[in-house]
Design a protein around this ligand. Structure first.
Ligand SMILES: Cc1cc2nc3c(=O)[nH]c(=O)nc-3n(C[C@H](O)[C@H](O)[C@H](O)COP(=O)(O)OP(=O)(O)OC[C@H]3O[C@@H](n4cnc5c(N)ncnc54)[C@H](O)[C@@H]3O)c2cc1C
Ligand code: SF4
Length: 488
């Protein structure tokens, strides 16, 4: 334990964000990290609990050795902290920026004080390791002669590739997009995760021997059967990319788009030409309504704010969450409380109020000459569910409203992987459309085909994709060699 009285002496200070009105002028990262000295003070708050809930069960999915590296940071032993961190997490530079930090929700200090800044500490350890030249290619000393194809280059595919390469297998990653990284590259926007950092990691993995095949869609450019013939094992890590639709009147009007049809081209155009090629949907001067919340909705808000939208509203079907965790979300579970994320803060700074409207249902898109001009809504009241039943809502009579809108972005989640690869390989899906494979074995119904990440788990988090990618690597290594020294 670093400083015995640290948690009494020091208050939590999180990494600051750039001023909202200034940061919407560009797509650069918004984080403003603390100095190393201030970070050491934050690490000193860790109590080194007998049972570190932060790193187990409800806490960190990759079981990061949190109290150990907090102690090392407090002592200024940054290099040792870095070695501890990379034992469990392949890509802390990503989770240190985008993870919702379930570890902090499970932090024991968090019961009656603000939790330790675990995520920020993680980010500083890895950023510092890159800065000080510790992140060098680790080229495997021996090769096994086994070949593995990975379909999809998101965090699940990349984590698995990293693990399998390190034990000496030859790994090729097939990605249909022109850049590697999955949603790290073309989902999460630049201001939250710089694409230079994603490319820096891809370059490192390349230098370590992983072969990347961008622009190769499995199912059309190369068949699934061909991969099965040519490789000893195949990992399907294609994500959960089918968006949930809103099939109400007016859905086909010009101006109604899925969130990813807005976010992906924006990042591509930004990387290709600093948005000069115009190959993206612009929110400039528009009345924007984002339907649905979560990270995707918030990223749509942040992107629309950077384009210079005229107004911004965010519809949320659910009721406003509580400010504090109550009996509904007891410690150490993840508390779904009210929080002002970066996009909400930016809209609030420019338009003087939180853009979210809670308990609202979109009933009809309205248009003129085929173009969207507005949305008709009604307010809803949520009913307390009976035990074992799902929550339901009732429309509130007389609460119909009309919202001016010429750009509506649908951000209501994703329903599973696209069918092409699964159909071609004969992979079975479960009852809700995810690839059917047990956590732990990660094996599909097709011999030598494994799966990991959102494709198996359903829409989830980067940290869970990393965890699943690691687990699938161990399962594949065991399948190929009879046993494995890889961790789960
Ligand atoms: C807009 C957005 C913001 C998000 N923000 C956060 C966040 O802040 N924090 C967080 O923890 N999580 C966030 N998430 C969730 C997180 O990004 C995902 O859970 C994670 O990326 C899943 O990883 P994956 O490797 O399973 O799949 P993906 O990252 O989806 O990668 C799958 C890859 O497979 C490729 N692919 C699909 N089919 C084929 C094919 N036939 N041939 C070749 N390649 C193929 C796709 O092009 C894609 O690159 C966000 C998600 C979205 C959509
Ligand atoms: S990966 Fe996420 S849960 Fe794990 S320590 Fe980092 S921020 Fe916490």
């Amino acid at each position: 334990m670093g400083k015995e009285t640290g948690f009494i002496e020091y208050k939590r200070v999180s990494t600051a964000y750039r001023d909202p009105k200034k940061r919407i002028q560009d797509f650069d990262e918004f984080l403003q990290p603390l100095s190393e000295e201030d970070r050491k003070i934050q690490a000193a708050r860790c109590m080194d609990c007998g049972v570190p809930f932060c790193q187990s069960d409800n806490g960190c999915p990759v079981d990061n050795l949190i109290p150990e590296w907090n102690d090392l940071v407090y002592r200024g032993e940054w290099q040792e902290a870095f070695y501890r961190l990379i034992k469990t997490n392949n890509f802390p530079e990503f989770t240190g920026r985008v993870c919702p930090a379930p570890c902090e929700h499970a932090c024991v200090l968090g019961i009656n004080e603000p939790a330790i800044t675990i995520k920020d500490n993680e980010c500083t350890i890895i950023d510092r390791a890159y800065k000080h030249g510790l992140m060098k290619p680790r080229i495997p000393k021996r090769r096994t002669g086994k070949k593995i194809a990975i379909i999809g280059s998101g965090p699940a595919g990349l984590a698995s590739a990293d693990q399998l390469n390190q034990v000496g297998h030859r790994v090729e990653v097939f990605e249909r997009d022109d850049r590697i990284g999955g949603l790290l590259m073309y989902g999460i926007p630049n201001m939250k995760l710089s694409k230079e950092l994603v490319q820096r990691r891809v370059d490192l993995l390349s230098a370590e021997g992983i072969v990347f095949r961008p622009g190769v869609a499995v199912g059309s450019a190369i068949s699934g059967e061909k991969l099965l013939e040519s490789f000893d094992a195949v990992l399907v890590a294609v994500g959960s990319t089918r968006p949930r639709d809103l099939p109400i009147d007016g859905r086909s009007l010009e101006g109604v788009h899925y969130a990813m049809d807005f976010l992906r081209p924006n990042t591509k155009s930004l990387l290709d030409s600093q948005l000069r090629d115009g190959n993206f949907i612009s929110a400039k001067g528009k009345h924007v309504v984002v339907i649905g919340g979560g990270d995707t909705g918030n990223d749509c808000i942040g992107t629309a704010m950077r384009h210079g939208c005229k107004s911004l509203t965010n519809f949320e079907l659910l009721a406003k969450p509580p400010k504090e965790r109550g009996t509904q979300f007891p410690w150490p579970t993840f508390a779904r409380t009210y929080k002002l994320d970066y996009g909400h803060a930016e809209a609030a700074a420019v338009f003087d109020n939180d853009p979210r409207e809670y308990g609202i249902l979109s009933e009809r898109f309205i248009g003129e000459n085929g173009k969207l001009t507005g949305i008709q809504t009604v307010r809803v009241r949520w009913e307390k569910p009976m035990p074992g039943q799902r929550p339901s809502f009732q429309k509130i009579e007389g609460t119909e409203e009309h919202w001016e809108c010429d750009l509506a972005l649908l951000s209501m989640g994703f329903v599973g992987p696209e069918p092409t690869v699964c159909d071609q390989l004969g992979i079975t899906l479960d009852e809700i459309g995810r690839i059917d494979a047990q956590y732990g074995s990660f094996a599909t119904n097709v011999k030598k085909v494994f799966t990991a990440g959102d494709a198996r788990r359903g829409q989830s988090l980067v940290v869970w994709a990393i965890k699943e990618g690691r687990g699938a690597a161990k399962a594949i290594d065991t399948f190929l060699c009879g046993s494995s020294t890889l961790p789960d």
